[in-house]
Design a protein around this ligand. Structure first.
Ligand code: CTP
Length: 410
């Protein structure tokens, strides 16, 4: 299928430009043909030579370069793409796009194209938050431009953190493939077309009073990536998510909830389904009697002890459903010790088919991080996966699910 889908990648000038090399590689692995345009700024971070080595063709840099214009020309570059990706997109290039500027090759092509445009912004959090940038983003979104990210995290500048990091290359690939309506995996197809899936993600929060709550640590990155990977395989996905700081994945129906009981109700409402993946970090307990008004300090230094009661176990409830249990039920086991033994016990106790066991002990970096090390535990045994990004874990899980469902259900 090489060359079937054509992406034109515009690389603008930011430190995240080095990540566009991986983006090219990941797109090409999936049979997508990539042409690249680099702005002058981008060339300060990565060389056209490096980008060209990965695209397998020449890299376009100049609007008024005779060779560039005679070779292909900016109008042809704009036309001969099924999707234009701008990654990284600086505040400056977005401002130019919003203003309709065309003073270099990248902006001229962006103005001339009729293809969908996917923008992956990357900049300092203050620049992203600036009203001018937000105004441009809103204007571009109104023009039909699609966005992925930015995501929260550490910035290249030491000590800086916040919203402004470019989305991970694999997440951009997933969004791009969704726009191109292409399969997400090499050799894979839309193998889950016609299947329904429910995925839980993020923490649940349990009210103590109107301002305070109990919650678990969870970024939602793993669950959201699983929802996106299943959707990219063609499944109709409902993602039931607790409060998270990351955007809704593209191509997925998202139900936002707060408490475990709301999450259970939303999951049950999304059934029947062929597949359920419970990746949420559900709070095991909730305050027995949340206060109606804010609990005040009375000056005595004493506090009323918090009475807790157990929350419903969503995975176990679904596992026991006589009629509505999905054909394939997958849970997680977050453990800080005795990983495999505890995970096996959860597989049995909760009536799941598979458990993805992960070590979340301090220092593992799993909670909130981008990487994950999991073992897939089933009746067949333990399959230890190497450390991968959460997006890769999701892609591998979607692959295994597609394989298993073809065997189990058909
Ligand atoms: N889970 C759930 N509902 C709960 C608690 C957990 O659906 N009330 C699901 C999680 O989404 C996960 C699996 O059960 O798929 C295991 O979650 P984990 O937190 O590892 O285990 P717990 O059941 O909470 O057990 P423990 O806290 O004793 O380790």
């Amino acid at each position: 299928m090489s060359g079937e889908h054509r992406v034109l990648l515009v690389i603008s000038g930011g430190i995240a430009a080095y990540k566009s090399l991986e983006l090219v590689r990941r797109l090409r692995e999936r049979g997508v043909a990539v042409r690249a345009i680099m702005t002058r700024g981008a060339q300060a971070f990565v060389t056209p030579l490096a980008v060209g080595a990965l695209t397998g063709g020449r890299v376009f840099t100049d609007l008024f370069d005779r060779e560039d214009e005679q070779d292909v020309g900016h109008i042809r570059l704009a036309r001969e793409a099924d999707l234009v990706i701008v990654a990284p997109a600086t505040a400056d290039i977005m401002a130019k796009m919003a203003g309709g500027h065309a003073d270099d090759l990248a902006t001229a092509v962006l103005l001339a194209t009729r293809s969908p445009v996917l923008v992956a912004p990357a900049m300092n959090p203050a620049m992203w938050a600036h009203p001018a940038t937000q105004r441009n983003v809103a204007m571009l979104a109104e023009d039909g431009v699609h966005f992925i990210g930015p995501v929260p995290g550490e910035m290249a500048e030491t000590g800086e953190a916040g919203l402004g990091r470019m989305a991970e290359p694999l997440d951009i690939v997933v969004a791009a493939l969704h726009r191109l309506d292409a399969p997400s995996l090499p050799g894979g197809g839309r193998r889950l077309a016609g299947r329904r899936a429910v995925v839980t993600s993020g923490p649940t929060v349990e009210a103590v009073d109107p301002v305070r709550y109990l919650a678990n640590r969870s970024s939602g990155k793993q669950g959201h990536a699983i929802a996106a990977a299943l959707a990219a395989e063609g499944a109709a996905v409902t993602l039931v998510s607790g409060p998270v700081g990351i955007p809704d994945p593209p191509g997925v129906a998202v139900v936002h909830v707060e408490s475990a009981r709301e999450m259970l109700a939303a999951v049950e409402a999304a059934l029947p389904a062929d597949i359920a993946v419970m990746a949420a970090a559900v709070a095991d307990w909730r305050p027995a009697k949340p206060a109606r008004g804010k609990i005040k300090k009375d000056g005595s230094g004493k506090v009323e002890p918090l009475q807790l009661i157990e929350n419903p176990d969503i995975l176990a409830t679904i596992g026991r459903h006589r009629t509505l249990r999905p054909a394939l039920l997958v849970g997680f086991a977050a453990e800080t010790s005795d990983l495999i033994r505890n995970a096996r016990a959860k597989l049995k106790a909760k009536g799941a088919d598979w458990i993805l066991a992960n070590d979340v002990s301090e220092g593992s970096g799993v909670m909130g991080g981008d990487d994950n090390t999991v073992s897939l535990i089933s009746a067949a045994g333990v399959d230890a996966w190497p450390t991968m990004t959460k997006v890769e874990v999701a892609a591998r899980l979607a692959d295994r699910i597609a394989e298993a469902l073809t065997e189990v259900v058909e």
